[in-house]
Design a protein around this ligand. Structure first.
Ligand code: FVH
Length: 293
């Protein structure tokens, strides 16, 4: 059925943790009839006051609406929650963070029960939900038909980015971006550890660090271009041989400041291996080959 502007699509939401509650509030604020269920019923009380219907069981919540959105802790909690529910004819959108393999298995499992499946990977933290200017969005993959059918409803809490029919692709994009984030956090932790060894105000250092990370971020486009062309010497700005030659400076500085180099050394080791095996005129892109071959 085509969504119209008067009657908003009813939504069932399983899971009222920090993220589930934020999603619930966004749909309620936009006028969507909302049925919620949570393992610990107390967490639904405030939402009931705000207009949500609270189901006593997950089965009752699933029975209430065609669109069933799931936002639970992990895939095991999804299995536990859906046991005993009748999914026949339901459209299941699973926003629970998981692996690509879990998403693919869940898509099969849902299909075997007569339902359709769309997987989602949330690129937002709860305060970004329902705040379009926050830039938060959700990767979706799986049934494109399902995505199109519900896109307007799914776009209420956060932006939507569809990344393919393979149900595992949303999770893969999600985990890839979050992995890059942890690499950035690791670098920032090392940087703060260095400056903390001296009388330098971390609050004065933070904007320098943030600006530097933003300035370096566009380098990923060059990496993508080199991966596509297979030519890792294309448009190189900083040669691998030069960068490897510089690594002792980083390790010596860490040692002199009394900071453990353990967050840096795995990456430096890969750079050295690539240099030993490859071409010093390359960019750092060759490191990716060492991780995937
Ligand atoms: N919060 C965040 O910053 C991140 C942002 C990116 C996406 N993640 C993922 O979203 C999923 C839910 O996260 P959350 O923040 O809502 O997590 P919690 O506040 O810890 O709530 C967990 C909910 O899961 C329920 N639950 C846990 N185990 C079970 C189970 N075995 N059976 C049924 N429900 C279960 C829990 O229920 P309760 O403890 O209140 O009874 C909460 O509803 C997650 O995949 C993040 O990775 C969030």
């Amino acid at each position: 059925m085509t969504q119209n502007l008067v009657e908003k699509t009813p939504v069932t939401l399983l899971g009222l943790g920090a993220m589930g509650t934020a999603l619930a509030r966004a749909w309620l604020a936009a006028g969507h009839p909302l049925t919620v269920w949570n393992r610990t019923p107390d967490r639904a009380a405030a939402l009931a006051d705000e207009g949500a219907r609270v189901a006593d069981t997950a089965a009752a919540a699933v029975a209430a609406n065609s669109l069933v959105v799931i936002c639970l802790l992990d895939d095991a909690s999804v299995t536990e929650t859906l046991a005993g529910t009748d999914l026949a004819g339901r459209d299941v959108v699973d926003l629970t963070t998981g692996t690509p393999a879990e998403a693919r298995a869940r898509a099969r499992w849902v299909s075997e029960r007569g339902a359709r499946h769309l997987d989602g990977g949330i690129m937002a933290v709860p305060p970004m939900i329902g705040v379009p200017e926050s830039g938060g969005y959700v990767f979706y993959s799986g049934s494109h038909e399902l995505f199109e059918r519900y896109q307007e409803t799914l776009a209420v809490p956060a932006g939507t980015t569809y990344v393919g029919e393979d149900p595992g692709f949303a999770a893969l994009h999600d985990v890839a971006l979050l992995s890059a984030m942890y690499g950035m956090f690791a670098g920032a932790a090392h940087a703060f550890a260095l400056i903390r060894t001296e009388d330098i105000d971390p609050a004065a250092f933070a904007p320098l660090l943030a600006d530097w990370l933003v300035a370096m971020a566009p380098a990923v486009h060059r990496t993508a271009d080199q991966l596509r062309s297979g030519d890792y010497t294309k448009d190189v700005v900083s040669r691998l041989s030069m960068q490897v030659a510089g690594t002792p400076t980083f390790l010596n500085t860490a040692e002199q400041q009394g900071v453990s180099p353990e967050l840096l050394t795995p990456y430096f080791e890969l750079m050295r291996r690539r240099l030993a095996e490859g071409d010093g005129e390359e960019d750092l892109t060759g490191v990716i080959d060492l991780l995937t071959h």
